[in-house]
Design a protein around this ligand. Structure first.
Ligand code: CTP
Length: 171
């Protein structure tokens, strides 16, 4: 029925290609401050959310804040594509460090939909092929998530499923 049951304290990894709707969904499901977005941190450290050369500084800063939050016992959401195994490994390690559940929330929508959204976006000046490559990485990743350490995962496959998704928290 679209309900995602989360522990009050966990570390959520959004996983999805650019234009899959990660940021839009995260801001509907989670509270202000819970969502740490790589784009927002690129903007903070470099003045440009597309500054890929600032990714290392952006992720260092994002992880610094994530650690502070987890140390305070606060649920945290990592809003980045996370289609690469290395990105996810870092998230699982962080969850282990704080002994919290790592949760995968995957947006696996049709590629055509993502490409149409990408074309309509003035704020993502990179080539559509990048979106397709990210989709390819995502598809290869899907069956590995469990073994990587994501003990809870939800995969949303359609716009309807995304629209129906709700989060409840268990103490
Ligand atoms: N969008 C949409 N319908 C939705 C969700 C998103 O039309 N249900 C559009 C948004 O208006 C935006 C684009 O799709 O123009 C991407 O949405 P966003 O939530 O920013 O996607 P992300 O996956 O966060 O994209 P990125 O990784 O590039 O930040």
């Amino acid at each position: 029925n679209g309900t995602i049951n989360l522990p009050e304290l966990c570390l959520v990894a959004l996983i999805g290609a650019s234009s899959s709707g990660k940021t839009t969904l995260a801001h509907r499901l989670f509270r202000p401050g819970e969502v740490l977005s790589s784009d927002a941190f690129r903007l903070l450290v470099a003045g440009d959310e597309n500054a890929l050369d600032a990714s290392n500084d952006a992720f260092d800063s994002l992880y610094h804040v994530a650690r502070k939050r987890l140390a305070r016992g606060l649920l945290t959401v990592i809003d980045a594509t996370n289609v690469q195994p290395d990105a996810r490994r870092r998230i699982v390690e962080l969850a282990k460090e704080f002994d919290v559940l790592p949760v995968a929330l995957v947006l696996d929508l049709p590629e055509e939909l993502l490409l149409a959204r990408h074309r309509a976006r003035p704020d993502r000046p990179f080539a559509a092929r990048v979106v397709s490559q990210q989709m390819g990485s995502l598809r290869r990743s899907l069956r590995k998530l469990q073994a990587e350490g994501f003990r809870q995962m939800t995969v949303l496959n359609s716009e309807d499923q995304v629209a129906a998704a709700q989060v409840t928290r268990m103490p």
